[in-house]
Design a protein around this ligand. Sequence first.
Ligand SMILES: [Zn+2]
Ligand SMILES: [Zn+2]
Length: 132
Amino acid sequence: MLTGGCLCGRIRYRISGAPIGSTVCHCVDCRRASGAPFVGWVSVPRNAFQLVAGATKTHMSSPGVERAFCADCGTPLTYRHAAFAGEIDVATGTLDRPDDAPPDNHTWTSQKLAWVQLADGLPQYPRALPEP
Ligand SMILES: [Zn+2]
Ligand SMILES: [Zn+2]
């Protein structure tokens, strides 16, 4: 069981079961939406993610892409893509124990900032994860 929430604490969530995967995304949209150079995401089955306190506000950042955040403190919390309706991505940095969900790879490295040097040996994908 993974748990987490936003900075102000009004929103809390829990994740039942094991994540599908974990990535660090270097895309422009994640950068802009978070204000951070790159963003960690833990992918979980949609029905494994449950809000237990508060309610998120959502923003459609591109067609079919919904980003949810705390309207009170601004913390980005989740990402959903219509093409992957059965999954939801949860911002790794909002977990209570982010070390419990380390990344498997880096995605969208074609948009990575030049001064970010990756040295963890994980696979790097220039765009989204290849289809399984
Ligand atoms: Zn908040
Ligand atoms: Zn991204």
